[in-house]
Each structure stands twice: as structure tokens, then as C-alpha cells.
Design a protein around this ligand. Structure first.
Ligand code: ARG
Length: 472
């Protein structure tokens, strides 16, 4: 396991075992294995095409690397913690498979441009998978929203009942958020189009590398434009984590509503048994753990973003070993988001909705106080004056414990002479909903159109992503 003089001729002593353990990254950067090997195959072929390594040796290298790729896929690759990181592991394995010719692979290359390449390839895949995850969840939300076009509940501001809305309209809000989240991952990929390979340790190489060759072999548009930036920067990784963190915050808010709505106090929804857990002590309990965990894990992904930004903020150019700390937050952010999108979809797809409880809560006549004020506006009363008058009506109802809807036209006129009809006629729930038919509103036809458009956009995005995936 222990190597003597792992860093070549300059070193007289072996690495101290404590440092060996401390500096090893193989236990996490093994996630880059497949990308690392693909990068090496592209690099080897370029060396051959440029006559830097003979075609015969390149064939040997590529054959060995392909064996390694199949070992990785089969789970039989012998990861060795003594070999520090994934790059050294692959190179050492190549040596074991093909002999001394393996020593030609690292020509014109450094682990600095190599790790940047691996990470770019990883981020390309991970951002595509994350975008795909947001699409899947949108499809679940759309299906549940379509089913609940006629389910009415109070919309809340300050967690106080505000105005009645359709459940479909409410869930479409999350569809919008998730569409922007997906867009952020797509947007990131527009910047992940330049290939780091060839930047070397910091300043390129004196060998006649063909960077365009490796770039196109790995599906990039072109090589990166500045070798120092290439090995120094992790802003694309931070951008990925920022997109993950924002998406997690949106999921967390959805989760919080599921927790809240599952309480006996609300009683709006019930998570399926398959997405809840019980208490080890209290037999009556059914807890919304799925939602709580999603809410909790948002903290962890925000932490990943902050960790990476903090690692980077004080670093001089170019590569610094601190940057090895970029990987765990990125990997964790990617897998946590993937899992959270998936379980949220499962919980929503199987959620039982208590439409009667929602409608009963939406019957609260106070939710239509704004409509009463708007009735006065239609009579030509300035809104501020109408707001004031209805405020007094509301205070009167609270004081007398009276139902707003029981007030006659005469009762209302004691507060403002312009009230055109009895309160019951001015505060009709259906009319309140149907009146809100402007773009973005909660009228039935408006929401139905919004649903259809959202579904169309989601399907278009899914098709575009699918097409991109085939090319990659
Ligand atoms: N494991 C290293 C990392 O993740 C690879 C690059 C190491 N480069 C170096 N010069 N030590 O950043």
C-alpha cells in the first residue's frame, strides 16, 4: 500500500502516513472516475494525432483505459487509498495493465487541468440530471393541479387567511419556481462549453498539443481561453451549487406547507403511509418526515454553497490544494437535490387532499373584504376611502360577532353611502374567483390556460433536454 518517493526524483522520503490519510481524496473523488478515464482517452488520442506519442503506444494506452472504464462500470476497479486521488489511481492501474508505456499518458498534462476537466464533465451531467429532476417534479405538480382545478382554499399572506384561490393556482406557483430552477441548470451548461485540458499546471505546454482536438472529442465547443483561469476557477461549480441551493429553498417551502397542511389544525392534506413515518412511542402519530427531511436538507445544500465560496474567496491564482475541498460539497449538493426532487414528487403524487376542509376554510367571508372595497371602487369611490370604510365594517362584525354576509344594504350604507347592494351579493365566493381573470389570476379559465401552457413548456423542455442527452 505504501509507496516510497511517490512524487518522483525530487523526494527523499515517503509521505508521512498521517499526511497520506489527510490529503487523500479517493474516497470521494472516485465519483469522477468515469470522466477521468474519458478525459485520458481523449488526451491520449490527441497525443497520437500530434505525433507526440506513437500510434502504437496510443493504442495500448486506450485499450488499457477502456479496460479501466469497464472495471469502473462493473464496480471491480481496485481503488487504492494510498494513491491519493482518482487521477493517480487511474494512472497506476494503467501501469499495472499495460506496463511502462502508461508513463506516456501524462505528457503535456497536469492534475490541475485534469481535475478541472473532470469537474466540468461532472457538472455538465449533474446539471442535466438536476434539470431533468425539476421537469419530473413539475409534471407531478401539473397532474395534481389539473385534478384540483375546482379545489378552493384560502391563499395566505403572513400565514393569515388572505383571499380565496384555486389549489391548482397555488401549485402552479411552484411549477413556475421549478421552471426557473431548471432554467438555471440549463443556463450553467451554456458556460460549460470550454475544455480545460491543455492548460497544464498553469501555463500550458511546450509540446505541440492540439487543444481543439481534445475539446471536441469531449463534446466541448472549444478550449478554455486562459490557462491560468482554467486551473484557478471554480465559479462554475459555485454556480451549480447556487442553482441547487435555490431549488432546495423552493422545495423546502413546498415541504413546509406539506408539514403545516398535515397538522390537525389545518387538516388540508395527508401524506400517504409510504411517505410518512410513525413514532416509536406514540401509537397515534403519523409524521410528515419526507417533507421535514427535504426542508432540513435545504440547510445542508445552502451550506455546501457557502463552504465552496468560503474555500475560494482568499485564494491567490492559480491552483491551490484548498480547491480539493470543492468536490464534496458539489457531489453532496447534486445527490441531495436529486433525492429531494424525487421524494417530493413521490409525496405529492400520493398526497390525499381534503378538499372539503380547504373549501370550508375558504368560506370565511372575511376573505372577501377586498372584494367589498372593490365594489365601492366600481361606484367611483377612491380605493383608500373604500378600504377605510370596509375596515370599519370588518371591525363592526368582529365586535358584534356578526357574519359579514348578513349585512343588508342599509347596514352597509351606515359605513359608506355608495354600497350598491347587500353584503351577500357583493361577497360571493364564485364571483370572487371568477372576477380574477387577468393573466396570472385565479379564475377557472385563467388557471386552466396557465396549466395548459405550463404543461406545453415543460414538455418542450423535456424534449430539448432529451435531444441534448442523445448528442452528449
Ligand atoms: N486531487 C486534486 C484536487 O482535487 C487534484 C489536483 C491536484 N493537483 C496538485 N497539484 N496537487 O484538486
Amino acid at each position: 500500500m505504501t509507496r516510497s518517493k511517490p512524487w518522483g526524483g525530487r523526494f527523499q522520503q515517503a509521505t508521512h502516513p498521517t499526511l497520506e490519510r489527510f490529503s487523500a481524496s479517493i474516497h470521494f473523488d472516485r465519483a469522477l472516475a468515469g470522466f477521468d478515464v474519458r478525459g485520458s482517452i481523449a488526451h491520449a488520442r490527441m497525443l497520437g494525432a500530434q505525433g507526440i506519442v506513437t500510434e502504437k503506444d496510443v493504442a495500448t494506452l486506450v485499450e488499457g483505459l477502456e479496460t479501466i472504464l469497464s472495471e469502473i462500470e462493473a464496480g471491480s476497479f481496485p481503488f487504492d487509498p494510498a494513491l491519493e486521488d482518482i487521477h493517480m489511481n487511474v494512472e497506476a492501474r494503467l501501469g499495472a495493465l499495460v506496463g511502462p508505456v502508461a508513463g506516456r499518458l501524462h505528457t503535456g498534462r497536469s492534475r490541475n487541468d485534469q481535475v478541472a476537466t473532470d469537474l466540468a464533465l461532472y457538472l455538465r451531467d449533474a446539471s442535466e440530471a438536476a434539470q431533468h429532476g425539476t421537469i419530473q417534479l413539475r409534471l407531478v405538480l401539473l397532474e395534481r393541479a389539473e385534478e384540483h382545478l375546482d379545489t378552493i382554499l384560502p391563499g395566505y399572506t403572513h400565514l393569515q387567511r388572505a383571499q380565496p384561490v384555486r389549489l391548482a393556482h397555488h401549485w402552479l406557483a411552484f411549477v413556475e419556481m421549478l421552471e426557473r430552477d431548471g432554467g438555471r441548470f440549463a443556463d450553467l451548461r451554456r458556460r460549460l462549453v470550454r475544455c480545460p485540458l491543455g492548460a497544464g499546471a498553469i501555463a500550458g505546454s511546450t509540446l505541440p498539443l492540439d487543444r481543439d482536438h481534445t475539446a471536441s472529442a469531449l463534446g466541448f465547443d472549444e478550449p478554455t481561453r486562459n490557462s491560468i483561469d482554467t486551473v484557478s476557477s471554480r465559479d462554475l461549480a459555485a454556480e451549480f451549487l447556487a442553482a441547487c441551493a435555490l431549488c432546495m429553498v423552493n422545495l423546502s417551502r413546498l415541504a413546509e406547507e406539506l408539514v403545516l397542511w398535515s397538522t390537525s389544525e389545518f387538516g388540508f392534506v395527508e401524506l400517504a403511509d409510504a411517505f410518512s413515518t410513525g413514532s416509536s412511542l406514540m401509537p397515534q402519530k403519523k409524521n410528515p418526515d419526507t417533507a421535514e427531511l427535504v426542508r432540513g436538507k435545504s440547510g445542508r445544500v445552502i451550506g455546501n454553497l457557502v463552504a465552496l465560496l468560503t474555500v475560494m474567496k482568499g485564494l491567490p491564482l492559480a491552483y491551490n490544494r484548498d480547491m480539493q475541498e470543492d468536490k464534496e460539497p458539489v457531489f453532496d449538493g447534486a445527490t441531495t437535490l436529486r433525492d429531494c426532487l424525487e421524494v417530493t414528487g413521490g409525496a405529492l403524487a400520493t398526497l390525499r387532499v381534503n378538499t372539503a376542509r380547504m373549501r370550508a376554510a375558504a368560506q370565511d367571508p372575511m376573505l372577501l373584504a377586498t372584494d367589498l372595497a372593490e365594489a365601492l371602487v366600481r361606484e367611483g369611490v377612491p380605493f383608500r376611502e373604500a378600504h377605510e370604510a370596509v375596515g370599519r365594517v370588518v371591525a363592526h362584525c368582529i365586535d358584534k360577532d356578526a357574519d359579514l354576509r348578513s349585512l343588508s344594504r342599509e347596514d352597509l350604507r351606515a359605513f359608506h353611502p355608495a354600497f350598491p347592494a347587500p353584503a351577500s351579493a357583493l361577497t360571493d365566493l364564485e364571483r370572487a374567483l371568477e372576477g380574477r381573470s387577468q393573466t396570472g389570476g385565479t379564475a377557472r379559465a385563467t388557471v386552466a390556460t396557465a396549466l395548459a401552457h405550463a404543461r406545453e413548456r415543460t414538455q418542450r423542455e423535456a424534449r430539448a433536454l432529451g435531444a441534448g442527452r442523445e448528442v452528449a
